[in-house]
Design a protein around this ligand. Sequence first.
Ligand SMILES: *Cc1c(COP(=O)(O)O)cnc(C)c1O
Length: 400
Amino acid sequence: MTPAPTIDLERARRETPGTAAVNHLNNAGAALMPRPVLQAVQDHLAREAEIGGYEAADAVEAALETGVYQSIASLINAAPAEVAVIENATRAWDMAFYGVRLQPGDRILTAEAEYSSNVIAFFHQAQRRGAVVETVPSDETGQIDLKALGRALDVKKRKGRVGLVAVTHIPTNGGLVNPAVAIGKLARAAGVPYLLDACQSVGQMPVDVVEIGCDMLSATGRKFLRGPRGTGFLFVRQDFLDSIDPPFLDNHAATWVAPHRYALRPDARRFENWESFIAGKLGLKAAVDYALGWGLEPIHARTCGLAQRMRDGLATIPGARVLDIGREKCGIVSFALKSQPAEAVQQALAAARINVSTSTVFGTRWDMERRGIDKLVRASPHYYNSEEEVDAMVEAVGRL
Ligand SMILES: *Cc1c(COP(=O)(O)O)cnc(C)c1O
């Protein structure tokens, strides 16, 4: 039997230049890029400056037209033709969501920990299409209540067709992991399209679109995947491509084939647009390859271990309250102090070169209001963080 692979921390840190300068516990915001990602972006920018932007793209055509799609596809167990590279997760999600053919009266089922931009888009589309937004309550552990979701999907018991199940895998404001696979089973059994916001899960844990059974999935480059900012991607299942009416088309998404006719691209790249951050796209490929090189299982195990170490440490501090909910928890830690508001904690830690962030009711209003929380501190370690960094952060919080 081969032993389970573990993370070589010394190498992970050596390959992450930022670890020399900061204790970076804001990987849910934007992770520190590893050297191969930085190199891929810098090399291409230099190439553009030297020989011209179009000419530089031609020189890396294989990576741009094939490689990046193959890499992302292997990361999420998809086919390359099911992947579109889009400038961020929000726009990727929008291209899918705004294209779902909702009819008047269709219900959109979502969860309490849903992300603000998604909820705003639900309401926007509900106004335009006459759809109805329905929030499935959480169970006693804090994750989406699967029994309630099952009931909501049972059209015999409820009025109105369900047009879409759209949920966030891991919310922006804490350690909750929603049961994406179980949700997928219910959505599939009911024959309802399923859109998963996997922005915080891709890069920190194995995410398999076949196992999850989602029709659409969005993710970003800069968070746990450690890619450059301004990058993201969308997955759309092959059989589902034509069920989406793309909200925008251009001469990359489609071809002007006759004076009064265009033809849509056959693959998921119909959701892309022509001009893009080419260096970023190469950086995204490098980030995906780098994550696959470590393996998502060891990344997940180490990240969750560090987060739990942090929660255990914070729990010993009088006046500190750990706020993470859910049956399964991930690498995001959320907490509040009695003595200080969240921004003051963030600033005090920043002064000690410890990067954390804060999360407010404006990001996840339904969840925060239900729990009576206005603001919290969000600390998100990654596999390249050391146990010493986690302990230093806990000690610094203890001194506040
Ligand atoms: C960060 C985040 C987003 C938005 O991703 P962008 O790449 O900034 O568009 C969407 N959903 C969740 C849950 C997030 O945490």
